[in-house]
Design a protein around this ligand. Structure first.
Ligand code: PEP
Ligand code: MG
Length: 607
């Protein structure tokens, strides 16, 4: 979805309104590639909390005040259940599951006991007591250097506002389902409940002060494919509803009152994007084949069952990476075997006979269950993550492995383990799979006896022992996102050292080469599913290094296919040969850019 309105005509009209003082805000593009530029008037959501005053109670008022709090909690619970029901019906159980975290705040005995104690002992009104205690909890969570816990603080504040509104008899948050005019929402934060209720017919896009790419709000925006920019710092406090704006979800920019010059720049960018999108649409359903006849397997990465729809629509030939942890992190309790089975079966059946590679749980690092806080580990990315977690929590792993095995009876399912760092882990995981296969056989439950199992190669140690691993597996999938951070010792989340995060570093290319050679020596295939595969500048290098498959975010399938269809494998091999001899990451990158720009210039003009 690049432009969902006739933006060119609109920009002409806007030119008259221009020069009222252009303001440009730069933030984080949430859905880059999936969503583009939208325009419209902004609607600034007043995220202000109801104003709370402190009132001293007389002794006889205390018990009624506690009853009043009880009624507000019941009312809030009913409202949340209703929102959850609607969201689950409209968007799926996973999105609905996000409200489990909100409902749990209402059941938090420590918090509620403290509120009741404050009302009783200090004889203060329920609003003041609830607000003081909940805000203290939220502030503590928000202060912790961890995206996940900060999101929990947002959940806590979201629920608190609802409870306070109910205590005060104030109408609940702005009802976004009844917007009259299409607009761009501007807000300090957009809660999951707000985001889930967005009506795409009326909400062109949104921009928020805070947020990260991994927040629930961002996950929702991606699912809904709504253009969004987050992390704009204090933007909501500086704008007024009714102002005209351009929201650029590709580059992460919000322009208020754009000048003639900006409008004409955007007009040009939009014109090029429209042409590019048409070209990409033309190639979309054609095979990913190079000019000299080499067939590349191009598949998509998905995060949730609903994404399966986008796989074929974007011209992918299956799912190369299903990140199953998103079924887990949206809720307080891990989904059970049956829930997971239904989710995996849904994807496998929808895409049959195309392959679906289900990755076993990759919790840890930056993805946590609510009861598994990051703060307990000094280095969560080097800690209790992925296969390490699963091999210790075999209760959770068992349910997942059984669910995947059962789903394998319904489609072309393959399975892979994340973050394997050596042979022992692989052997242990394989032994568990055998054990659960035996259980299913005894129970007479069908599964694919020949289910192919692979491993992600995302630690340098796995690449270096890939020969041993390859003997015991059917495929490899190179996770460059992690391989780069582990090999170069560069935290992939840290923007301060982002310049050191170099996919073309000679060390990375050597690790990929070793992995590809080990795979091919043992006649197994090798894929790359990290972000590097979805970059049209770098995809030729990977193909030149001998990679058989690229698995990329669904919206990136068309541009990657576009470049593959303009590339000769011989050129890619020459590039790889040069790169493997070259000592400089920058020089390698420059060569990659030169090749990509020379064979597909239009891909690079529309930014
Ligand atoms: C990777 O590390 O490249 C990968 C695909 O896994 P994730 O991004 O989920 O860690
Ligand atoms: Mg990874």
């Amino acid at each position: 979805m690049l432009f969902n309105r006739p933006i060119l005509g609109y920009l002409d009209a806007m030119a008259e309104l221009a020069d009222k003082g252009e303001m440009t805000f730069r933030g984080i593009p949430v859905s880059a590639g999936a969503a583009g530029v939208v325009h419209g008037r902004i609607l600034v959501m007043d995220g202000a909390r109801p104003s709370i005053t402190k009132r001293q109670l007389a002794e006889p008022e205390v018990s009624e005040e506690i009853n009043r709090l009880g009624r507000a909690l019941v009312e809030t619970r009913q409202q949340l259940l209703e929102v959850q029901r609607k969201v689950s019906a409209g968007m799926g159980a996973e999105e609905g599951g996000i409200f489990d975290a909100h409902l749990l705040v209402l059941e938090d005995r420590t918090l509620l006991d403290e509120v009741v104690r404050m009302i009783t002992e200090q004889k203060v009104n329920a609003e003041h007591a609830f607000h003081s205690v909940a805000e203290r909890y939220a502030a503590t969570l928000a202060a912790i250097e961890d995206d996940y816990l900060r999101e929990r603080a947002a959940d806590m504040r979201d629920v608190t506002t609802r409870v306070l509104n109910n205590l005060l008899g104030v109408q609940q948050e702005m009802d976004l389902r009844h917007l009259k005019e299409a607009c761009i929402l501007i807000s300090h934060d957009l809660t999951p409940s707000n985001t889930a209720q967005l009506d795409k017919g009326h909400v062109l896009g949104f921009a928020t002060d805070i947020g990260s790419k991994t927040s629930h709000t961002a996950i929702m925006a991606r699912s809904l494919r709504i253009p969004a920019v987050v992390g704009l710092e204090d933007v909501s406090g500086r704008l007024e509803s009714g102002q005209h704006a351009l929201l650029d979800g590709i580059n992460g920019v919000l322009v208020i009152n754009p000048t003639d010059k900006t409008l004409s720049e955007y007009r040009e960018l939009i014109r090029k994007q429209v042409i590019l999108q048409e070209k990409l649409r033309d190639t979309q359903l054609k095979p990913a084949i190079t000019l000299d006849g080499h067939r590349v397997f191009l598949s998509a990465n998905i995060e949730q069952p609903a994404d399966a729809e986008q796989v074929k629509a974007n011209g992918a030939e299956g799912v190369g990476l299903f990140r199953t942890e998103y079924l887990f992190i949206g809720s307080e309790r891990p989904p059970d075997e049956e829930q997971q089975y239904r989710a995996y079966r849904e994807v496998a059946a929808a895409l049959k006979p195309l392959p679906v590679v289900i990755r076993t749980l990759d919790l840890g690092g930056d993805k946590f269950l609510a009861h598994m806080p990051a703060s307990r580990e000094m280095n969560p990315f080097l800690g209790w993550r992925a296969i390490r977690f699963c091999l210790q929590r075999t209760d959770i792993f068992r349910e997942q492995l059984r669910a995947i095995l059962r789903a394998s009876a319904e489609g072309n399912v393959k399975m892979m383990y994340p973050m394997i760092s050596g042979l022992d882990e692989l052997n242990q995981a394989n032994a568990l799979v055998e054990k659960y296969k035996e259980e299913l056989r005894r129970e007479g439950v069908p599964f694919d006896e020949h289910l192919e199992i692979g491993a992600m190669i995302e630690t340098p140690s796995a690449a270096l022992v890939s020969d041993s691993l390859a003997k015991r597996l059917k495929f490899f999938s190179i996770g460059t996102n992690d391989l780069i951070q582990y090999a170069l010792a560069v935290d992939r989340m840290n923007e301060k050292i982002a310049h050191l995060y170099e996919p073309t570093h000679p060390a990375i290319l050597q690790l990929i080469k070793i992995t590809v050679e080990a795979a091919h020596n043992h006649r197994i295939w090798v894929s790359v599913c990290g972000e590097m595969a979805g970059d049209p500048v770098l995809a030729p290098l990977l193909l030149g290094l001998g990679v058989d498959e690229l698995s990329v975010a669904a919206p990136l399938v068309p541009p990657v296919k576009f470049i593959i269809r303009r590339l000769k494998l011989t050129e890619a091999r020459d590039l790889a040969e040069f790169a493997l001899k070259c000592e400089s990451a920058t020089e390698i990158l420059t060569r990659c850019q030169e090749l990509a720009r020379s064979i597909a210039p239009s891909l690079f003009e529309a930014k």
